[in-house]
Design a protein around this ligand. Structure first.
Ligand code: NAP
Length: 306
């Protein structure tokens, strides 16, 4: 049990913030955690389930005297919140975020923050398709990466403290430049989500033709797509609106490869298909060897929370 920040303010009380709260509680990482969510409904749920030591009714009450402020809200909402909290931040406090896109968040938030506050953007590479205050759990960040994206001139001590905080919640921490982050995430997360949304949309159109057999006989491949495509619409709308260039670049490449595979199928070019699938299989093995997923049947999801 090591207190890293005396008072932490969680702005937004969804999957990421609630997981952070339970992880902080488990590790005794903060003396007091104050939470704030936009809707009264979410604040009421938080109070009912004991999410946060205090739930504030206003942004100002939440950030007042906080040593660490975490913006755990959709990317498109960051600018408005940064502008609103600006006059109420304690000098020397650290502001961080958990947004899935980094360049757009930096452009939106940094201009609003006073000079005597440390702004250190971050992104935990951990999530589920669930959202809201009830969806969090302390183990979410366990053995997952958290990327910190410090701006030029960031105070090394403030950065080190934030690193220790994420490590104490179970994450492995790396530092990355914002544009590189956005490109890497476009490949590993954003484009795959868009493809899953598309595949489920296509199947839904087809369902009308196949008389709901798509659902009834849903096999693993399609079911995995539906899990990803169940992710929060607001969050993902904001991701694509704010990581436009990198996502479009990857989708362009994706379309070219898809056409090549389409041509191989049409021409009966089994070698092309076999070699392609052999290469992709090796990537899956690499992910398992790196400890970022499990080789268990059903991707080990059977007993995983939530
Ligand atoms: P979530 O479960 O959908 O919760 C979002 C929270 O933000 C809710 O408490 C919501 O309040 C609040 N909020 C929404 N719009 C707001 C606004 N305009 N002003 C103030 N608060 C607002 O979201 P999440 O999954 O925790 O995601 C939060 C952030 O983490 C996003 O930026 C996302 O990109 C990033 N992230 C997500 C994942 C993931 O897999 N989910 C992984 C890594 C990073 P109400 O409930 O009152 O509406």
């Amino acid at each position: 049990m090591t207190v890293i920040y005396d008072r932490v303010a969680l702005i937004g009380l969804g999957l990421i913030a609630s997981s952070m709260f339970w992880a902080m509680k488990r590790g005794g990482l903060a003396k007091e955690v104050v939470g704030y969510a936009r809707s009264e409904e979410t604040r009421d749920v938080a109070r009912q389930i004991g999410l946060c030591d205090t739930v504030a009714d206003t942004l100002v009450d939440a950030v007042k005297d906080a040593d660490l402020i975490v913006l755990a809200i959709p990317v498109g909402a960051m600018e408005g919140v940064a502008a609103a909290i600006r006059p109420h931040l304690k000098p020397g406090a650290t502001v961080t975020d958990v947004g899935s896109v980094k360049r757009a968040v930096i452009d939106a938030v940094a201009p609003h923050l006073p000079k005597d506050v440390h702004f250190i953007p971050g992104h935990p590479l951990a999530g589920t398709e669930h959202s809201g205050p009830r969806s969090g759990f302390a183990e979410l960040f366990e053995n997952r990466w958290c990327l910190l994206v410090p701006l030029e001139g960031t105070d090394p001590e403030a950065q080190e403290r934030l690193r220790r905080f994420w490590e104490a919640m179970g994450a492995n921490v790396d530092v990355m430049d914002a544009d590189h982050h956005d490109l890497v995430l476009a490949v590993t997360s954003h484009a795959p989500h868009l493809i899953a949304y598309t595949m489920v949309g296509v199947a839904d159109d087809l369902r009308r033709v196949t008389d709901s057999e798509v659902i009834k006989y849903s096999a693993a491949g399609f079911r995995d797509f539906t899990r990803i495509a169940a992710s929060d619409p607001t969050m993902w709308r904001d991701v694509f609106l704010n990581n436009k260039d990198a996502t479009l670049e990857i989708l362009g490449r994706f379309t070219e490869e898809l056409f090549a595979l389409q041509r191989a199928i049409r021409r009966g070019d089994g070698d092309h298909l076999f070699n392609y699938f052999t290469r992709t299989r090796a990537i899956r093995r690499g992910i398992i060897e790196a400890g970022q997923d499990t080789a268990a049947p059903d991707f080990g999801r059977g007993g995983k929370k939530p």
